[in-house]
Design a protein around this ligand. Structure first.
Ligand code: FMN
Length: 202
């Protein structure tokens, strides 16, 4: 799969088959993030790869899913993630808050690698951080930043164009239809791309 295909195929997945994800596959995802861009090349990010069935259910209890459609967007029993990558930031390697940008680059790398490996993933920041830190034994000076839920997908959320509602307001909220199909609206290219000067759209 080339990068373009992975980019457009990637959606946040919140329903998974119960096929296990090998630790080696998680290591491949982290290895890709490891070689990504890092502000001043400080490389403050570390990761905990979780596959243990009991531990992952304890992590699951620390997460909130798809706030716009809660609780419909929650992974249902029997469809929970089968793995997690928990992204950590080492404060001693921090440079003036720049590690937040590193996280963005690293997580997107992991999400795209996940697609290439046939996995589905969801980046979560609605997280009970103190609880996750405790569960994983994360020491002082290391912060839990994000949780990436992973597993083999059993849903295919669909990308659609963002359309204005009856009042002409943009509807950025994702939604599910009666069959449970998840739709994700994105702004049109012409709405976000300015050619040469701001305001030259399309
Ligand atoms: C920084 C960040 C935090 C997010 N936190 C959550 C979260 O806590 N729970 C969740 O279900 N999804 C979370 N998401 C996923 C977004 O809801 C999702 O990216 C958005 O709906 C667009 O869908 P897409 O990823 O399929 O393009 C987060 C995404 C980002 C970038």
């Amino acid at each position: 799969m080339d990068v373009k295909e992975a980019v457009y195929k990637r959606r946040s997945v919140r329903s998974f088959t119960q096929q296990e994800v090998p630790q080696e596959v998680l290591a491949e995802l982290v290895d890709a993030a490891r070689v990504g861009p890092a502000a001043a090349n400080r490389q403050p990010l570390e990761y905990v790869a979780v596959t243990d069935p009991q531990l992952r259910e304890e992590i699951f209890a620390c997460l909130k899913w798809a706030a716009y459609i809660a609780p419909r967007g929650n992974p249902q029993p029997g469809h929970h993630p089968t793995a997690y990558l928990v992204v950590l930031r080492r404060k001693d390697y921090e440079l003036e808050g720049m590690s937040l940008y590193d996280v963005g680059a690293a997580v997107q790398t992991i999400l795209l690698m996940a697609v290439a490996k046939g996995l589905g993933a969801c980046w979560l920041k609605s997280v009970n951080y103190p609880r996750v830190a405790k569960l994983l034994g994360v020491p002082e000076g290391v912060e839990v930043d994000s949780v990436i839920a992973l597993g083999y997908p059993d849903e295919e959320p669909r990308l659609v164009n963002l359309e204005p509602d009856q009042e002409g307001l943009e509807v950025i909220k994702y939604w599910r239809d009666e069959q449970g199909q998840h739709y994700v609206p994105k702004r049109a290219l012409a709405a976000v791309l300015h050619r040469e000067r701001y305001g030259n759209r399309g």
